[in-house]
Design a binder for this molecule. Structure first.
Ligand code: SF4
Length: 224
């Protein structure tokens, strides 16, 4: 299936009930940011806050991601952010590779066909395994470029949820690795789209931006 526009895709996505993950989530989450951006960030799947708001990476992981992106002069309104999996797995468990493939072949692939980014950042293991290979390992494969099936270069880095679990020297080391991975992505993006500005003067307040969607989803949750 291919969609003529992003709003057509989003409308169809919000009605998706194709796999069992849907029954434990409020609903599928879509994307946030700029569909015309040369840079796309692909995360794993929604957590509780993301399920409430219907958009990816707006909870604690999203706030840490904002800080990391800020360190390389990116604001979230200037990149396209999405997830491999659109419905929150029960108890926030990590989605399986099979669940990732099933959802991403239906939705992420369609998104990438519409957005056509020049560079992709794969955030964490689930995104890396879908975009590179099922046996890829984030500890081994982060920080190196690979070509995705879309013909778009991608680099993987740690998911912010992983950083939130680290402390001490491990956290400092991982933060620097993320910084250099993001810096490499920005450099490649600037080569591919030199006129595109990745930073806006005012970083967006994503929770306020999507507060009305949250209210709609709250109503939905109350429905029998
Ligand atoms: S996880 Fe993906 S495929 Fe499954 S119901 Fe949600 S949107 Fe549909």
């Amino acid at each position: 299936m291919s969609f003529p526009s992003h709003s057509d895709l989003e409308n169809a996505l919000f009605h998706c009930e194709l796999c069992p993950l849907r029954k434990d989530a409020i609903g599928p989450t879509s994307y946030n940011g700029a569909p015309d951006s040369p840079l796309a960030i692909v995360g794993e799947g929604p957590g509780g806050v993301e399920d409430d708001y219907g958009v990816p990476l707006v909870g604690p992981s999203g706030q840490l991601l904002d800080k990391a992106l800020g360190s390389v002069d990116i604001t979230r309104d200037k990149v396209y952010t999405t997830n491999v999996i659109k419905c929150r797995p029960k108890n926030n468990r990590t989605p399986t590779v099979e669940e990732g493939v099933f959802c991403a072949e239906r939705w992420l692939d369609e998104e990438m066909a519409l957005v056509k980014p020049k560079v992709i950042i794969a955030l964490g293991s689930v995104a890396l395994k879908y975009l590179l290979a099922p046996d890829a390992r984030i500890t081994k494969d982060r920080g190196r470029w690979f070509e995705t099936k879309y013909g778009i270069p991608a680099i993987a880095t740690y998911h912010p949820a992983y950083l939130l679990r680290l402390t001490g020297k491990d956290l400092v080391k991982a933060k620097w690795e993320v910084f250099y991975d993001l810096k490499a992505a920005v450099e490649k993006c600037r080569e591919a789209a030199p006129d595109y500005e990745l930073k806006s003067p005012e970083p967006p307040d994503l929770l306020t931006l999507f507060s009305s969607r949250r209210e709609e989803r709250k109503q939905k949750r109350r429905m029998p």
